[in-house]
Design a protein around this ligand. Sequence first.
Ligand SMILES: NC(=O)c1ccc[n+]([C@@H]2O[C@H](COP(=O)([O-])OP(=O)(O)OC[C@H]3O[C@@H](n4cnc5c(N)ncnc54)[C@H](O)[C@@H]3O)[C@@H](O)[C@H]2O)c1
Length: 343
Amino acid sequence: MANVGMGVIGCGTWGTNHCRTYIQHPYADLIAVCDLDAQRAQETGETFGVDYYTDHSQMLEDDRIDAVAVVTPDFAHADPAVAAAKANKHIICEKPLATTRDDALRVVEAVKANNVQIMVDYHNRWNPPVFKIKEDIEDGKIGKVMSAYVRLNDIIWVATDYISWAAKSSILWFLGSHTVDILCWLFDDKVRRVFSVSRSGVLQAKGIDAVDLYQSTLEFEGGGVAQIENNWIVPNTNPYVNDYKLNIIGEKGMFNMDFSHHQLIQRFLEDKADHPDVLVRPTVQGKPTGLGFESIRDFVDRIYSGEEVKVPLETAAHVTCVILAIMESAQTREPVLVENIPV
Ligand SMILES: NC(=O)c1ccc[n+]([C@@H]2O[C@H](COP(=O)([O-])OP(=O)(O)OC[C@H]3O[C@@H](n4cnc5c(N)ncnc54)[C@H](O)[C@@H]3O)[C@@H](O)[C@H]2O)c1
């Protein structure tokens, strides 16, 4: 079988991680990269020894490219994804699928019309403890899932320094989308109704026009209830970028997960003590490893072997609709029914 020719659209922090994954994957050939920023496109192309473009339409004309990674900012996924689908390329799209209903609909229609595969990179489905919980739930170990609490927050550095476009996204798109996807997966259900309360001020005082936090209640169609917390204002002294805790209660059992200071390694240096990342994206023996890369590798594996990719488009579109409902609820201070788009 021929290797999967990959193109990467968006050569920022995470786009570079995609490139690193394709370069070392035995079934992938990185063919080209694209970034609106000409210097970034050139530097990335030269680093990985591949063609580079500033216009994704031109890159998509290359017949050697079978699939593309869309790794543009959260609000800029739809145009490259639609163009890729129309060019008959499979797609791995960074989360979320889209940040508006119209954009989500455009992507869904283009993917279906052109019969290509798309996988939104909800990589918690490759996160070992979350996967273990899913496996046990499917084995019936805790019976019907009744209730959940997920706290998935970022240290404030992510909004102030890591991404330049925080004000054009939100903690809901950046991490809340992962939270909703995890819950839909674990409950094996869709969210019917949400109620959310938000607070602002800390980020605005730092010149970033973004909401600080959302506390949201999700009611699932099958009766389950979840409380989720997403904030972008955890102090930078938190030992990990994410502050991530999860509790799931079923009819006859419960899981607790704390991923935010996993204690696998404690490092004490002259000037600081910390917990270096060994689970999300460590480099081991020169290769990118960890759950942040496993999802990307899995996409290549499945496109290579002709299998269906994980993370159904229907769920990814639903996640976008749930986040839109949460934002509406936080604004109106009323419960909001989730309005799904047809997939
Ligand atoms: N799966 C994960 O764990 C994970 C982690 C970090 C970021 N992400 C996601 O990856 C995406 C990118 O994040 P990032 O941190 O790399 O952002 P970034 O700002 O570092 O990079 C984005 C790049 O996209 C380029 N760009 C924007 N529009 C473009 C277009 N139309 N065509 C070509 N290039 C374009 C920008 O010039 C920039 O270089 C976001 O959706 C983010 O949520 C996912």
